[in-house]
Structures are given as structure tokens and as C-alpha cells.
Design a protein. Structure first.
Length: 511
């Protein structure tokens, strides 16, 4: 940090870089939790006597609460103040994690996971919006969001590593307890270091109809995709959930256009740059989350890797994420238009996906998986950084929380959709492969080989879809996002009280 940045007359918070450490730590905790529990689930299921039919609810309970309440959480952060929401979210998330780790049965585990989702929905938008209101210098903002983007993108893969280590060498309960030290350090640091700009509050009355409609609409959408994975797309309840979601979300948008103090001001959503970020990032996450799952099963079930070895196999992607975010994205952010980082970034990730379509039994890690993960990491890391920054760029400070919630919502809903959609495609391809080749598998050894080959064929088929989704995400980023490169020296966000159009008149968001 330069000496000039410490001078009070710059208007910049002198403790902002220290604050970034604790905000990033909290974000890492939330992102880790999304994947760390997946590794622990088989062991937890046996210990707690959870049936095969109900085990998905360990994941779904969290996803429903988190995805459904994100917009509400973002609005609460704007109303209470981001620092207070951040601290309450941290403490609540840690307490829910203790309950999960101490669970003595199915009901206690599912309740703990839902509570984690509730407090995560408060914590995640508060963390991102704190960055948005604390880092207002263009060059510094690029660095800060580069670090945040690397964590948001790579933290899931780190979760596989940590989950494997804790499950294999300690106990599945530690995949919950590990959140407590993260939360204590982040909360203590944030309490003493974070100083939120006073003019950033939005003290308007809470939009109760908007809260109910958006929460129910998002819950119906996430549950519909989750149910489709197990019951199929033509299942009556699955279809009913999608119809209900469409009706509820349409009603939500109608209400938001009419009420005086909306939960989601449509100005946040309809500005083409932010809209392009939410849509392209959501699609990219659909592709990424499904691929994480396939690759985990491919390495463990087909290739015979242990949980720890599987986690370590993801390390090149983490390195690629960090390199893409901090070395490519952050360095070019003040020189290159965001769309020229996001579009090519998604395309590089799509090339990485292409390598994974070559998965086979006994396939080489060095020639198939390694280049795929490096390219995925570099591409997504480069794209995530400008996406995270642009998601809150140009919004009035009073809207920063809800704008942050929207980018988290697009990721969470994208993750739920990706897992369900790509899993369903993979399962259909696997079934078709077995039907076509069953007659040739006449011995137990041949039948075992067929089972593995059919799984690999299913993964490869779904990965082709993921490639296509990433190409569409790149096209949306290149066509929707038209803002220029941020200025390295001028502020990127202005104070409260000005209209949205006035906020967009700084060079960063010039149309």
C-alpha cells in the first residue's frame, strides 16, 4: 500500500487492506462449506443413520436456505449496516456449524445445515458489499476484487482437499468444526478493523411482499432443479415447482416495479453491464459445479483415487484461479474493458472442459485432467475478478448490499441448476450406454467394466454440454457488457444521494 493511500485527505479508509484479509477469510469459509460437506457426506450418512432417499437433503437444506434468502440478506445488510450484518452472519454461521458437527441424528443435521444457509445468506452479500463501499480507487479495487475473485472461484476446490484430509485422517464432524476458528478470527478482526462509510445505509422500510415472493420463488426454483436430479424432469412435483417459481418471480418483479422501497430496485438488475455479469456468471457456474462433481467421481470411482489424492488433484486449478485473478485479471483490469477479460476467460475455461470430454478408464492425469484444470483455473480466475467488481460497480452505496446479493444469487442458483441439469444429462447417457452394450457383458468382470465405461461416457456427454454453456456465457459477456476499462486513479463509486445515472458518469462506467 502506498504512503499516499494512508493520507486522510484521500478519503480512503487507511485500514481497508487489513479489512480485506478478514472479509476474504469469511468468504473462504462460506465457499469451502459448499464442497467440504460433499466429501464428508458418505461417512456422516452412516454415522447418523440417514437414508439414501434423504441424504440429498444435507446438501439441499443448505442450498434452499442460502439461495432463497440471499436477496433478503443483502437488503438486511443495507438496512442494518454491512459490518453488523457481517458480524451477525459470522457468529450465526459458526454456531450452526457447531450444531452440525455435534449432530446426533438426521433432524439435527438437516436443521443445522438450514441454519448455515440462513446465516450464509446474510454473510455473503455483506462481505462483497463491504468491499464495494471500502475500495473506491480504480487500481486498488482491481487488486481487492482479484483476491476476492480467486477465493470465490478456487475456494470450492480447496474444500475438496480440506474435506478429504479431515474425513480421512480425523472425523467427518471436523468438516463442520473447522468453520469455528475461521469465524472467530474473521469476526474479531472485522470488529476492530472494518469501518463502514456512514452514508452507505439504506434505511427505507422493508419490502415484506418482495421478501416473501422472492424467497418462495427462489426456493421453488432451487428445489425444482434439485428434485429433477432424483425424480426426473417430467415428475409432477418437479414441473409444479418450476411453474410456481415462474409465477412467484414474475409477481416479484411486478411488485418491485410498483412499491416505494423495493427489496430489489430494478435499476440494479436492468443496467446492461450488471445484468450481463449476473447472467454470464450464473451460466459459467452451472458448467463449473457440475464438472466438479463429475471429476470427483471420475477420480475416486473410476481411477481409484483416495479422498486426499482427489483433493490434491484439484490443486492445479486452485493455482490457475489465483494466477488468473491476481496476475492476469487484476493487472489488466485498469487497462482492458471487462468484457475482454470475461469473454476470453470463459472461452479458455471452455477449452479446458474440452480436455475433460476425453476422459477414459485408465486415462492419464498428466495429459487429460492436468491441462483441463489449469485452463479452467486460468480462464475462470481471469473472468471472475472483473465480474465480481462489475457486479457492484456504479450502484448507489445504499444498493450495494442487494447488488452483492444478486451476484451471490446467480452463483448459488447456478450451482444448484448445474448439479441437477448436468447430472440428469450424465445419468441419461449412462443408461443409454448400458442398454446399448449390455448384451456383450456376459461375465462379472465385463459387467463391472461396462458399469465404469457407462459412467465415463455419461460424464463426457454432460461435459460437452458444459462446454456449450461456457461458450454461451462468453457470448453474453462480450455482447451485454459494454463499459470501458476503469481508471487507475479516479474513484469508481460515488457517495450516496445521487441517482443511478449520475453514478455512471465516472469514466469506469461510461457508456
Amino acid at each position: 500500500m502506498s504512503e499516499t493511500a494512508l493520507k486522510p485527505d484521500t478519503g480512503l479508509d487507511p485500514k481497508r487492506w487489513k479489512a480485506l484479509v478478514f472479509i476474504a477469510l469469511a468468504q473462504l469459509m462460506v465457499v469451502l462449506d459448499a464442497t467440504i460437506v460433499n466429501i464428508a457426506l458418505p461417512s456422516a450418512q452412516v454415522d447418523l443413520g440417514i437414508s439414501d432417499g434423504n441424504r440429498q437433503w444435507v446438501i439441499t437444506a443448505y442450498a434452499l436456505a442460502f439461495g432463497g434468502l440471499l436477496l433478503f440478506g443483502g437488503r438486511i445488510a443495507d438496512l442494518w449496516g454491512r459490518k453488523r450484518a457481517f458480524l451477525v452472519g459470522l457468529v450465526g454461521f459458526a454456531a450452526a456449524s457447531v450444531l452440525g458437527g455435534a449432530a446426533n441424528g438426521e433432524a439435527m443435521m438437516l436443521g443445522a445445515r438450514a441454519l448455515q444457509g440462513v446465516f450464509g445468506a446474510l454473510l455473503a452479500p455483506a462481505a462483497l458489499s463491504l468491499l464495494a463501499v471500502m475500495f473506491t480507487d480504480g487500481k486498488e479495487r482491481a487488486k481487492a476484487f482479484g483476491i476476492y475473485g480467486a477465493i470465490a472461484g478456487g475456494g470450492g476446490a480447496v474444500g475438496f482437499i480440506l474435506g478429504g484430509l479431515l474425513t480421512e485422517y480425523m472425523d467427518w464432524r471436523w468438516t463442520f468444526f473447522v468453520n469455528v476458528p475461521f469465524a472467530i478470527v474473521a469476526a474479531a478482526g472485522a470488529y476492530f478493523v472494518i469501518r463502514e462509510p456512514a452514508e452507505g445505509r439504506n434505511r427505507s422500510s422493508l419490502d415484506i411482499p418482495g421478501v416473501l415472493l422472492s424467497t418462495l420463488g427462489l426456493v421453488a426454483l432451487v428445489y425444482g432443479f434439485t428434485r429433477a436430479e432424483s425424480a426426473g424432469w417430467s415428475d409432477g412435483l418437479t414441473v409444479g415447482m418450476f411453474v410456481a417459481s415462474a409465477v412467484l418471480l414474475a409477481a416479484f418483479l411486478l411488485v418491485e416495479s410498483k412499491v416505494k422501497a423495493p427489496l430489489l430496485p430494478l435499476r440494479v438488475l436492468t443496467e446492461r453491464n450488471r445484468g450481463g455479469v449476473y447472467l454470464s456468471l450464473g451460466l459459467a457456474i452451472i458448467a463449473m459445479f457440475g464438472t466438479f462433481l463429475f471429476l470427483t467421481y471420475y477420480l475416486q470411482v473410476v481411477q481409484g483415487y483416495s479422498p486426499v489424492k482427489t483433493g490434491l488433484a484439484f490443486l492445479p486449478m486452485v493455482a490457475g484461479m489465483i494466477t488468473g485473478s491476481t496476475q492476469i485479471g487484476a493487472r489488466l483490469m485498469t487497462r482492458v474493458a471487462p468484457r475482454l477479460l470475461m469473454g476470453p476467460g470463459f472461452l479458455v475455461a471452455a477449452v479446458g472442459m474440452l480436455f475433460l470430454t476425453r476422459m477414459e478408464i485408465g486415462g492419464s492425469y498428466a495429459t487429460i485432467v492436468l491441462p483441463a484444470l489449469v485452463l479452467l483455473g486460468l480462464g475462470m480466475g481471469t473472468a471472475f475478478m472483473p465480474a465480481m467488481s462489475l457486479a457492484t460497480h456504479g450502484v448507489e452505496p445504499r444498493d450495494a448490499g442487494v447488488a452483492s446479493a444478486m451476484v451471490n444469487t446467480s452463483q448459488q442458483v447456478g450451482g444448484a441448476i448445474g448439479t441437477a441439469l448436468l447430472n440428469t444429462i450424465a445419468a441419461s447417457a449412462t443408461t443409454a450406454y448400458v442398454a446399448a452394450h449390455a448384451a456383450d457383458a456376459t461375465t462379472p468382470a465385463a459387467q463391472k467394466l461396462l458399469a465404469l465405461q457407462s459412467q465415463v461416457d455419461g460424464y463426457a456427454t454432460a461435459t460437452w454440454w458444459a462446454v456449450g454453456i461456457l461458450v454461451i456465457a462468453a457470448a453474453i459477456a462480450l455482447t451485454f457488457i459494454n463499459t470501458g476499462a476503469p481508471s487507475a486513479s479516479q474513484p469508481v463509486a460515488s457517495g450516496g444521494g445521487k441517482g443511478a445515472d449520475e453514478d455512471l458518469q465516472v469514466p469506469v462506467m461510461a457508456h
